[in-house]
Design a protein around this ligand. Structure first.
Ligand code: ARG
Length: 399
């Protein structure tokens, strides 16, 4: 078991010194991907799993070598599942799936109850294929394909950014929009509710609320949050988050930023991330067309103004003269290629120090020319899920 000494949990910006981060080392869930199911599971290619693990280990090591504490979802989940309440909740969640039917539900329930925390965590993440459950009569079981899943695998868990996100000393357990990822936040919800390390943490958002994903949430500075709204986070999700965080005194302004409902721009952090307190790296075609609606709370009602140009609205809310912009790529074609390969999706370890995929040569060169130190990691396999260093990390503590 993990020790129960007090740990700090607090994130008020994108760039404060990174102290603790949650990652997920990809495992058996990635081995479930086939050309038949990868679209639905939101991967664009079939990753070479061993190599993806090596790349991920190097990512974790790069963070540790900068004194960042790395926590892994699998270990946190195993620890949480030592508690009866967490086990019960986990089993109830997966067996509630209406596709199962009562008979298969009973069989699955028994199967899961026989598993120790380690095995149960594995099943919850890697999923369970029909052929692995040896018994289970009834129509639902009989009419399934041998390769169908009784418990869906969660390859998207690699992108820990999306299934929970910290705002100040509170965590937002998110409500994921895509069917393939919805169960992820049931697991992060369990961790925050039952793991002793997070005892006393009071979530500011929960998975049953309107769709909201962490990749859309950018903590521009203490008190100011930009939230993308497009394929994943809905405008209603931004409204709800604004009400919760402003109401709780965690922010004074939320900027709702509409982004195209496309895979290339699924989250705000696919087109814009911060590398310094006043600097973003941003996809050039959007730099001057992105808009923002300013949301504040007055007498219990949300007040909305805009649309304003995003960069101006952000600078004003942050009390800056202007927000500096570093461009993705160089020419439009390189920029488009590097945006797709998560060139924008940097993870700041401290102001002017970030982790980025090595393949985005032009964008990394632009960052360095602007005085940003770049820690390069390889991500040829990790990137097949369309996510970079920011997507693959959930900061829990920034100083
Ligand atoms: N914060 C992010 N940009 N996350 C990327 C998530 C990628 C994942 N395959 C998805 O489609 O959901």
């Amino acid at each position: 078991m993990t020790e129960t000494t007090a740990h700090e949990h607090r994130v008020t910006s994108e760039v404060g010194r990174l102290r603790t981060v949650i990652l997920h080392r990809p495992g058996a869930e990635l081995k479930r991907l086939t050309p038949r199911n990868s679209d639905k599971l939101l991967f664009d290619a079939i990753p070479w799993v061993g190599r993806a693990q090596e790349e991920h280990d190097a990512f974790a090591e790069a963070l540790r070598s900068r004194d960042v504490e790395v926590l892994y979802i699998t270990e946190l989940l195993q620890d949480a599942l030592e508690y009866e309440g967490a086990r019960e909740q986990a089993i109830t969640d997966v067996t509630a799936d209406p596709r199962l039917g009562d008979q298969l539900r009973r069989v699955l329930d028994g199967y899961l109850r026989d598993q120790d925390p380690e095995r149960l965590a594995h099943t919850l993440i890697a999923g369970l294929a029909h052929e692995e459950l040896k018994s289970g009569h009834g129509l639902a079981y009989r009419l399934m394909d041998r390769l169908d899943f009784i418990v869906d695998p969660l390859p998207g868990l690699l992108f820990t950014r999306d299934n929970s996100t910290w705002i100040g000393d509170r965590v937002a357990v998110t409500s994921l929009a895509m069917e393939a990822r919805r169960r992820e936040s049931a697991l992060t919800g369990l961790i925050y509710a039952h793991h002793p390390r997070f005892a006393g943490v009071d979530p500011v958002y929960t998975a049953d609320l309107e769709h909201l994903e962490g990749g859309d949430v950018l903590l521009l500075c203490p008190g100011v949050i930009a939230v993308g709204t497009g394929e994943r986070t809905t405008p209603a999700g931004v409204e709800r988050l604004a009400r919760q965080v402003i109401g709780a005194g965690l922010a004074h302004t939320v900027l709702a930023v509409p982004i195209a409902q496309e895979r290339a721009t699924m989250h705000l952090d696919t087109v814009c991330t911060m590398v310094d307190v006043d600097t973003v790296v941003m996809y050039p075609p959007l730099a001057h067309s992105l808009t923002a609606y300013k949301v504040t709370l007055e007498g219990g009602d949300l007040r909305v103004s805009g649309p304003h140009p995003f960069l101006e609205a952000a600078a004003e809310a942050m009390s800056l003269d202007r927000l500096k912009v570093i461009d993705t790529g160089l020419d439009p074609v390189t920029a488009e290629r590097e945006q797709w390969d998560d060139g924008n999706n940097t993870l700041a370890v401290a102001p002017r120090l970030c982790v980025a995929y090595e393949r985005n040569i032009e964008t990394n060169a632009q960052l360095e020319a602007s005085g940003i130190e770049v820690i390069r990691i390889s991500g040829s396999e990790l990137g097949t899920g369309r996510g970079g260093p920011r997507c693959m990390s959930c900061p829990v503590h920034r100083a």
